[in-house]
Ligand binder design. Sequence first.
Ligand code: G3I
Length: 351
Amino acid sequence: GSNADATPWGQENDQADPALKDASIISQTEAMFKAQYNVVTPENVMKPENISKAANTYDYTAADKLIAWSKANNIAVHAHTLVWHQQSPAWLNKGDAANRASAKANLESYIANVAGHFKGEVISWDVVNEAFSDNTSTFDGSDWRTGLRKDSPWYIAYESGADASKGESGADYIYDAYVAARLADPDATLYYNDYNETYKFEEIAQMAESLNEKWATDSRNTDPARKLVEGIGMQSHFWVGQDPDVDATEVETTIARFVQAGLRISVSELDISFAANNNYHLDEARQAQQAALYGTLFEIYKKYADNIDRVTFWGKADLQSWRSSGMPLLFDNSYAPKAAFWTVIGLGDTT
Ligand code: G3I
């Protein structure tokens, strides 16, 4: 089961068509969602800029609606996301707060407030999202911190005032974020979430290993058997017939490395997009091509079923996707199942 952005009342994504506000479409979405999925990730409503526009100001209206709806329908909520270089309000880490002491205080109070608010209501959190650079040449192979996005406002603020002689650096926001999340909601499973992990898996695995080693001797750790960074979200935004396409070997190597580090895995934002909208949903051969790629992935996921907690698609039907023109999902613009759907549930012809 799975899915993204369950806001059937119309809080849709950036490419949303006004027709989506039409009541019949909304109820169609809701019915389809309830029939097909058992866990939901809010696509936008729990992002920092939507929760807290100014210091000490928190608005949980939209997110609480999602929680209430999920509870009423027996659907679990995976929460996304606490710490990101995008979609975050300035008060956290910019301007006067762009220094280590202020950013740390703000990060800790934000996480205590937000993860505290949703304590007991969500099964897990993407604590830190997309901390690593897309430029893989920055990673020196031995120190995960060299691979980070140095232009993240969090990194910049934490670097300002860091004492290098004590081993401090801009990277320290990541550890602080996980500790704050653990203290605020001890029962939630804590994930790190990123994309293009077939390129970034070594630095991500090293980061988790290093933070978990540090936590093992942290005086705030009351459960030594439990890791701090417990799992990795593999976003999995793939392409049909384009590099990076779905490469089974690379995906498996990535999963195996995370498993070796003792981590759980969630496929967190799966979609496989065509490069352009050519009405491919009407073209059987193209649909079969997309379905086969989904099939390749699910064969791997089944092989690692003991390690994978969930598979979440980044959207419900193509018309609501952040990549709507690429028609990347299992349901088409009319909420009808595509070839990919039948393949994923194991009834399709993937030859
Ligand atoms: O809600 C406002 C609306 O009121 C306003 O009129 C409109 C004008 O632009 O913007 C709307 O907000 C948009 C929001 O989606 C909801 O539709 C934002 O501009 C737009 O930037 C935002 O895009 C989201 C994007 O993250 C940035 O937050 C996408 O929907 C969402 O799919 C995407 O999701 C990310 C994951 O969080 C992390 N991994 C990558 C993934 C894809 O980029």
